[in-house]
Design a protein around this ligand. Structure first.
Ligand code: ZN
Ligand code: ZN
Length: 241
């Protein structure tokens, strides 16, 4: 099901020995103003761009890449994708944009042990994840992109600059790694993550009317039960303080 609903396309991640994030492409194809949400793991850029082209989308119509957050499994193949789509802007929440511009990769790797493991496994040089960010999101923006409306919500806790994208009309939520299907939530033990903050973010997402949940990993859900996010937040609340 590559087109989840009109103007929302799904390119599933291809997990390796570490996960590869899903990519979503948002925007009406007639608008010629499409956005890629997240990139994925190192080595997956060719597959992701090829999948976008197979959907009939012209790369010149892809105007920007919006990151839900900058963990390695989401940003790993950003350079590969930008090589193919060099004109695309990069939009990241300010809390992760500034470290990214300064070459501070603590959020990218999440923990020191993981940094040295991945650098040797994938041959990544120090500073490999230094990017200029074209637009620093704050949360609260009402984006008019691709002839659709997407609200930006700042939902920290899994990482400091996690955002969710919400389309109120179609009740579509793209929450990154904050909440998944099957009552799972993002981990909260990595750099600048925090359980209590994640709980607050989940409670705020729980107030939204969501029918289609498009997380960073695992299943997508097209007929989300009413109150799903709120009950997920409540189940996890005792562990999030
Ligand atoms: Zn993550
Ligand atoms: Zn992830």
């Amino acid at each position: 099901m590559p087109e989840i609903t009109e103007g929302v396309y799904f390119i599933p991640g291809q997990d390796d020995f570490i996960p590869d994030s899903h990519v979503y492409v948002i925007g009406s194809s007639a608008s010629h103003d499409l956005s890629i949400v997240d990139a994925g793991l190192m080595g997956k850029g060719g597959y992701k761009v090829g999948s976008i082209q197979k959907l009939g989308i012209k790369l010149e119509d892809v105007k920007r890449i919006i990151m839900t957050h900058t963990h390695l499994d989401h940003i790993g193949c950003l350079s590969e994708i930008r090589e193919k789509i060099p004109h695309a802007e990069l939009w990241v929440h300010a809390d992760e944009a500034e470290p990214l511009e300064n070459g501070d990769d603590r959020t990218v790797y999440g923990m020191d042990m993981f940094r040295s493991m991945c650098q040797s496994q994938y041959g990544l040089a120090p500073g490999a994840f230094t990017f200029n960010v074209d637009r620093k999101l704050q949360g609260g923006e009402a984006l008019e992109i691709g002839a659709m409306q997407w609200e930006v919500l700042h939902v920290p806790g899994h990482s400091a600059g996690s955002i969710a994208l919400y389309n109120r009309e179609k009740k579509v939520l793209i929450p990154g790694d904050v909440v998944y299907a099957d009552y799972a939530i993002g981990r909260f033990d990595l750099h600048r993550a925090d359980g209590a903050t994640l709980k607050d973010s989940l409670m705020r997402l729980g107030e939204l009317d969501v029918n289609i949940l498009l997380p960073g990993h695992n299943r997508v859900v097209k007929d989300l039960p009413e109150g799903y996010i709120l009950s997920t937040a409540r189940q996890w609340a005792p562990y999030l303080s």
